[in-house]
Design a protein. Structure first.
Length: 451
């Protein structure tokens, strides 16, 4: 009976070879027609490098080198399509799985996705679909926004018998970010969790932990719960994003005990300030596209910083040295720094500023322009010749090299007092008069004086 066994094995091998042979034949001759049909559907040029049928481990089609768009806005390294064999004889063909390796999606392609997915003619409800897909998977995908990137990440989408999503999951390949999505009637519930994750767009903030829970529709997304631990503190809040006409963003946060030293540098390079921050920002933005959203951001918040250092300027020295040309460099240590901030289109406006420390009290307003130029007025309460005096200081220079100037009225008063009453008392009395006159009649905006 051994000869029968060997014969059966030989016959099985011949049968497998015969069945596998058609699946090993390249289908490159079909590429032009497929490119033409897909290009017409997407209204974008589509190119394909190769198509091949394979038998093992299950019969499937492999498509390599797919590009979409005149400037390769979308690239797919390899697409594997695995059908349900028995369904090929039925009216509805079933694709068990589509796997996409090395997808690269650029910003221009993202803007075109709504047009790609829009159906030109609706399928009659009574007509069964000609094809149904059960699962779509992405491996090592990358979304390229130009100045920022998200990925590489893996993703999967499971579809029900009607072709609607049952659930979806996204995870970065380093395991730092995970997103779960599940449909709920007309909306989608999503759950985001991250650890030691760096924000891929805007300022490169690093989150020790980030949790976002919300819901989305085809028109907008609502982030009902945002909770984060970062830079030794916490941030909680909520936000909404709408993309029906352009992009609109609004929301609010409650920030507690966040160390400012690294955050300030990320938000505004050249800023040197430390201390524990408490703030309650309210923010909004409206832009035509995602890459314009951060530039259009408007944020307003009261703030309070405890036990910190303001680098690049020594307010006490500037107020007591009475140097007409202004002073720069050094630092100002404070017990408390508070006020209100409005950030809009790259500029910063600090109002109601109050600085308190053992040797200094100050208040005022400071502006930082989009070009990082400084302007404003600081009123410093210091001791001159053994008595207390209020010294008004104009703010000038740049964020990288700030300058503080005693105002012209204050300098003139100090000089006149010295001439009449002599140094010491005369300087102090004159300075007080000059400072009082300057504060009542001077420019509160605090322009840089001309010397």
């Amino acid at each position: 009976m051994k000869w029968l066994k060997r014969l059966l094995i030989a016959l099985v091998l011949l049968l497998v070879a015969a069945l596998a042979l058609p699946f090993l034949i390249p289908l490159d001759s079909c590429i032009p027609q497929i490119e033409k049909e897909v290009s017409a559907r997407l209204k974008e040029p589509v190119t394909i490098k190769s198509i091949r049928l394979n038998a093992l481990p299950l019969p499937h089609v492999t498509i390599r080198g797919v590009t979409i768009g005149k400037t390769d806005d979308t690239r797919l390294g390899k697409v594997t399509v695995t059908p349900e064999l028995m369904s090929l004889l039925a009216s509805t063909k079933v694709i068990k799985r589509i796997e996409v390796d090395s997808l690269v999606l650029r910003r221009k392609a993202i803007d075109k996705i709504p047009a790609w997915t829009k159906s030109e003619t609706a399928t009659p409800p009574q007509q069964p679909p000609q094809m149904r897909i059960e699962s779509i998977r992405f491996k090592a995908a990358l979304v390229d926004f130009g100045k920022a990137r998200f990925g590489p990440f893996d993703a999967r989408v499971n579809l029900d018998s009607k072709g609607a999503p049952e659930d979806a999951a996204i995870a970065t390949r380093d395991g730092k970010l995970k997103v779960l999505i599940k449909p709920d009637k007309a909306k989608y519930l999503f759950d985001v969790s991250a650890r030691s994750w760096t924000l891929p767009f805007g300022p490169a903030l690093v989150f020790d932990e980030l949790i976002i829970k919300g819901e989305a529709t085809t028109n907008d997304a609502r982030l009902g719960k945002v909770s984060a631990r970062l830079y030794g503190g916490t941030a909680t809040g909520k936000a909404t994003i709408d993309w029906r006409k352009g992009l609109r963003l609004k929301g609010n946060l409650d920030i507690r005990r966040v160390e400012l030293q690294q955050v300030a540098t990320l938000l505004s390079p050249g800023t040197h300030v430390s201390g524990k921050l408490d703030a309650r920002p309210v923010f909004s933005a409206s832009a035509a596209s995602a890459n314009q959203l951060m530039h259009a951001l408007r944020l307003g918040t009261p703030f309070n910083v405890q036990n910190g250092v303001l680098g690049g300027v020594d307010i006490h020295k500037a107020a007591t040295s009475l140097i007409k040309q202004g002073t720069s460099g050094g630092e100002t240590r404070f017990d408390q720094l508070s006020g209100h901030l409005v950030m809009e289109r790259g500029s910063y406006h600090f109002t109601q500023l109050k600085i308190a420390s053992g040797a200094l009290a100050a208040d005022g307003n400071v502006n930082i322009s989009r070009t990082k130029e400084l302007s404003g007025r600081i009123n410093a309460q210091v001791k001159l010749a053994g008595t207390s005096a209020n010294v008004p200081l104009d703010v000038g220079g740049t964020l990288a090299a700030p300058l503080l100037y005693p105002t012209a009225g204050f300098i003139a008063g100090a000089a006149a007092g010295t001439a009449i009453l002599g140094p010491g008392l005369g300087t102090t009395v004159g300075a007080k008069i000059g400072g009082w006159v300057e504060n009542v009649f001077g420019k509160k905006g605090g322009n840089k004086p001309k010397h």
